[in-house]
Ligand binder design. Structure first.
Ligand SMILES: [Zn+2]
Length: 299
């Protein structure tokens, strides 16, 4: 094996291992969140809202873990995020369902004499009059329904959850599916936002914001000129973010977002942009950094 092959195989390894550890941590977070939320009082189990909060909380936690692990695969973050968010909400729902089913079984008392009445009814000959026969059949069905233990299936639990506003069994299932989707997407959104941040391969650190300032009015247009941003219409605001990694002597990365009054001509320029990066001359950068410091009273 040549030295380049060794290098490429070792370079590949941390990515897959990092993603695996991150996913394992995410599943642990999903499980803990599900166990904690399974104790939510029945009145606070708001359909949709609680699932969204759970998905967002899981997403926030997995993104923190991702930052520590330097997990920077946006695709893995989306796929893993959907799984973690949806799994957490699904597990909470299963735990609620089991508690609900236990309660139903504990509360169930078969009516006294129902079994005997049923046996007698079954032996009785059906009346010839169709109206009387129908009444007897209805009575049999009613007696059977009351003597039967309650339905403790999961679909029945989902129907019970939505019973305050819908009698449809499928409504419960559709809402449950929507809850899983919402939680999964929110979780994935948080995880992806973190994983997609710029990363410096040289020092192996995230390129994080060190200064940010929003300029308005004339200052905004001066920033536009300074950063060489095209402007036919005047801008009302210019927000500038300087970000840095740990590399010694390296100039911070620059992100400028310019907005016009009608908000139609928003211009976003970044020095980390892959297609057309914002390139600033040394003097322009020094001037920009000095203006941010002056605006924040640091100089
Ligand atoms: Zn660096």
């Amino acid at each position: 094996m040549t030295s380049t092959q060794t290098e490429s195989s070792t370079a590949l390894r941390p990515g897959a291992v990092t993603i695996a550890i991150w996913l394992a941590a995410g599943i642990a977070i999903a499980g803990v969140a599900a166990l904690l939320l399974s104790h939510t009082p029945a009145r606070q189990r708001l359909i949709g809202i609680l699932a969204a909060a759970q998905g967002a909380a899981c997403g926030w936690l997995v993104s923190l873990v991702g930052t520590r692990l330097k997990m920077r695969s946006p695709v893995a973050a989306i796929v893993g995020g959907v799984v973690v968010g949806a799994a957490s909400v699904a597990l909470t729902s299963v735990l609620w369902w089991q508690a609900h089913a236990r309660q139903l079984k504990a509360d169930y008392k078969p009516p006294k004499g129902a079994a005997m009445a049923m046996a007698m009814l079954n032996q009785a000959t059906d009346p010839s009059d169709p109206q009387a026969k129908k009444e007897m059949d209805d009575f049999r069905a009613d007696l059977k329904a009351r003597a039967m233990p309650p339905d403790t299936s999961f679909p029945e639990y989902l129907a019970f959850r939505v019973s305050s506003f819908s009698n449809s069994r499928s409504a419960g299932q559709i809402l449950f599916g929507a809850e899983l989707l919402l939680a999964g997407l929110l979780c994935a959104g948080f995880a992806r936002a973190r994983a997609a941040r710029p990363f410096c391969e040289s020092c192996g650190e995230w390129i994080l914001p060190i200064r940010r300032h929003e300029f308005t009015g004339d200052d905004a247009n001066e920033i536009a000129v300074l950063t060489g941003s095209d402007h036919q219409t005047p801008f009302v605001s210019a927000s500038v973010v300087l970000s840095q990694c740990r590399c010694a002597g390296r100039r911070p990365e620059v992100l400028v977002v310019l907005e016009s009054a009608d908000r139609k001509a928003a211009v976003r320029r970044s020095s980390t942009d892959q297609d057309s990066p914002l390139k600033l001359a040394e003097e322009a950068f020094s001037e920009l950094a000095a203006r941010i410091d002056a605006a924040q009273g640091l100089r």
